[in-house]
Design a binder for this molecule. Structure first.
Ligand SMILES: C[S@@+](CC[C@H](N)C(=O)[O-])C[C@H]1O[C@@H](n2cnc3c(N)ncnc32)[C@H](O)[C@@H]1O
Length: 265
């Protein structure tokens, strides 16, 4: 029988219930949690772990025999590095979005994932609305937004407003959200199979893949995005991937291992 994806483990923070989008998961309270993964019943589990003295929602799973975990951090780590050393508006993502000192557009990121690109664009002054359909990934991101918004440094301002997450299917939500306030840019970064399937594919990418699988309907997003963006649609692809929906962009910006295909309206 195929293992179920995940359960929710309450051990470290017995007073915390699962977040709203994970309430369908079975709850485990006993200590012996790795057994249920080893027995093959489950692929992984969600639990809060302590990070800098506060609970951070995390996903734990076995990869290559080792129990590993991930949580999203919008303040420190990779996102902070990109904020401090990323090169501001000279970055490829900023160029693809056409950012200027006097133009900080409203962006709808319709494939939110772990929110890295969205956080980067927020750091550059853009207003972000983000859609993520996986309840697992959306929960990890929502938890990170709450932590970032309550951070004691000035970074918190970036996430208390101007950074809003919607959980749902973009194919339905793009139009609905655009009706309330049309985004200048719609940003798409659907999953694409890695060329290299070996263990060297980053741990985080493998865990996300475990949670969301492939995005087989990704092509359908492009025409909806083009119809609903006021200025442009930006699609992030691995360099080796064909154009989304086989549609030639107005221009492409090559970056390390990635390509930003830009559809100017
Ligand atoms: C490659 S990840 C995005 C990574 C993201 N750009 C980041 O910086 O973390 C793709 C994500 O888009 C989500 N996704 C794909 N198609 C979607 C759709 N039609 N509606 C909502 N979310 C979608 C997937 O669930 C997955 O989490």
């Amino acid at each position: 029988m195929k293992p179920q994806l995940a359960f929710y483990h309450q051990q470290a923070y017995p007073n915390l219930s699962p977040p709203q989008w994970l309430q369908h998961l079975p709850i485990v309270t006993d200590k012996d949690l790795t057994d249920s993964i080893e027995s093959g019943d489950y692929q992984g589990y969600f639990a809060y772990q302590q990070v800098d003295g506060q609970p951070a929602l995390s996903f734990f799973a076995r990869l290559d025999g080792k129990l590993v975990n991930m949580y999203v951090d919008l303040v420190a780590g990779q996102v902070a590095y990109r904020r401090q050393h990323g090169g501001g508006r000279k970055q490829h993502i900023a160029k693809a979005c056409g950012l200027k000192s006097n133009w900080q557009p409203k962006i709808l990121d319709a494939t939110g994932g772990l929110g890295r690109d969205a956080a980067e664009l927020r750091n550059l002054g853009c207003q972000l609305r983000i859609i993520e359909r996986s309840p697992y990934v959306a929960s990890l991101l929502q938890d990170a937004i709450h932590r970032a918004a309550s951070d004691t440094t000035s970074i918190s301002q970036l996430f208390t407003q101007g950074f809003e997450l919607y959980h749902g299917q973009s194919i339905d939500l793009i139009e609905q959200i655009a009706r309330t306030e049309q985004p200048d840019i719609i940003y798409l970064d659907p999953m694409f199979p890695p060329r290299n399937k070996s263990a060297s594919v980053k741990k985080e990418m493998r865990l996300v893949k475990l949670l969301v699988g492939e995005d087989p309907d990704a092509n359908n997003l492009l025409p909806i995005a083009i119809e609903n963006a006021a200025k442009r649609v930006v699609v992030k692809r691995p360099s080796y991937a064909p154009y989304l929906n086989e549609q030639k962009p107005s221009m492409s910006i090559e970056s390390k291992g990635n390509r930003f295909d830009v559809y100017v309206k």
